[in-house]
Design a protein around this ligand. Structure first.
Ligand code: KG4
Ligand code: ZN
Length: 353
């Protein structure tokens, strides 16, 4: 199985990604084409537009992944592709591409769950990471605490009752007039470094609920009100703000980030206590998904796990945000476990429509 060569394709949201990974964990290539420019222009993901953007670049992204690995489709052992969760129009672009490649070259197809892949990619980086482990998955659309018993076997300890933390970062960035051509999260993280995190008194969500669920809608509202009460105008880009205006935006960014992450810390502590009762042998907390690339998040959660003598495992930032490597690697783990589909017919019935 070490000689497997798997192409991973990811199109669930706004990034078109492909990568080629070997069974021994070697990453042969990795390509991500981002729609950040479109997002900045329209202030969010519009499914139809995102689908068209994926369709425009998918062939090129896969070809580039092959070229960078100095391979052709004939060298592949299997194709792994995200089948959900995500925007169905977008997912279909990836699945159809995977079926075309697999059909033409008689390759098995491995269906991959996007959130499982965010967690499982940690095992590619950290060879010691055995099941069972606890995982916090934090992205634009999801906020999950799961106990991973084995591949494909998870107990959900908590989820968001409204918005995910990444959504709160993205809206905060927009309302603070930050440059959205990179995604909102990194822009808030960067500005927060200049601010006083204690200056704006946001309250921690769901303090009275002694569970592992999350809520970020209320914090979003608190941020919006704080911005309005300070007369910050998002139409004035941060690059044009006066130094006083800039520092008041930075204070909001820092205070928001602090409380958003305090909510994660509190939930993780409880989840660790719950998880240790169910699976006393756990040794790791995996933190992955786009927001896990945030350095402040990593530092604070590192502190939490140390209290319980656990280890924090965070994939490098480019494997935390959506990527093809996590799909290829999760495909490899599933393939080894015998979970894959036989090659589809060379001509996909979809092509005749
Ligand atoms: O996992 P991901 O790439 O896509 C989804 O599956 O949603 O996560 C994207 C989210 C966005 O909301 C983005 O703003 C956030 O992750 N993000 C960050 C950072 N980098 C990305 N949030 C906070 N700090 C960051 N450095
Ligand atoms: Zn994701």
């Amino acid at each position: 199985h070490d000689n497997l060569v798997v192409l991973g394709i990811e199109t669930s949201c706004d990034d078109t990604a492909a990568a080629i990974v070997k069974g021994n964990g070697e990453i042969l290539s990795q390509v991500v084409s981002s729609q950040a420019d479109l997002l900045a222009q329209y202030g969010g993901v519009a499914p139809k537009m995102a689908e068209e953007a994926h369709s425009r670049v998918i062939d090129q992204v896969v070809q580039e992944a092959l070229d960078k690995a100095s391979l052709t489709e004939k060298d592949l052992s299997a194709v792994a592709v995200t089948i959900g969760p995500g925007l169905s129009l977008c997912l279909r672009v990836g699945v159809q591409k995977a079926r075309r490649v697999a059909g033409n070259f008689n390759l098995p197809i491995i269906s991959v769950h996007h959130m499982e892949a965010h967690a499982i990619v940690a095992r590619l980086m950290e060879k010691e990471l055995q099941f069972p482990f606890l995982a916090l998955l934090i992205s634009g659309g999801h906020n999950l605490l799961v106990l991973a018993h084995d591949l494909g076997q998870y107990t959900q300890l908590g989820t968001t009752i409204d918005d995910a933390i990444g959504e709160a970062f993205d809206k905060t960035a927009k309302w603070l007039g930050l440059d959205l051509r990179k995604s909102g999260g990194p822009a808030v993280e960067q500005l927060a470094r200049e601010g006083d995190a204690e200056s704006v008194k946001f309250s921690i969500p769901m303090k009275q609920h002694k569970d592992c669920n999350f809520s970020y809608a209320g914090l979003k509202t608190q941020v919006r009100l704080a911005i309005a009460s300070r007369n910050i105008d998002a139409k004035v880009p941060i690059s044009c703000a006066s130094s006083q205006d800039r520092s008041s935006r930075a204070d909001i960014a820092a205070s928001f980030q602090r409380v958003a992450v305090l909510h994660l810390e509190e939930r993780c502590e409880r989840a660790i206590e719950w998880a240790l009762k169910i699976e006393p042998s756990i040794k790791h907390l995996v933190v992955s998904g786009g927001v896990a690339s945030n350095q402040y998040v990593r530092a604070r959660l590192d502190h939490v796990v140390n209290k319980y003598s656990l280890r924090l495992v965070c994939p490098p930032p480019n494997l935390c945000t959506d990527n093809g490597v996590m799909i290829a690697w999760t495909g490899i783990e599933n393939f080894r476990a015998g979970r894959y589909d036989p090659p589809p017919p060379a001509k996909d019935p979809e092509d005749f429509k």
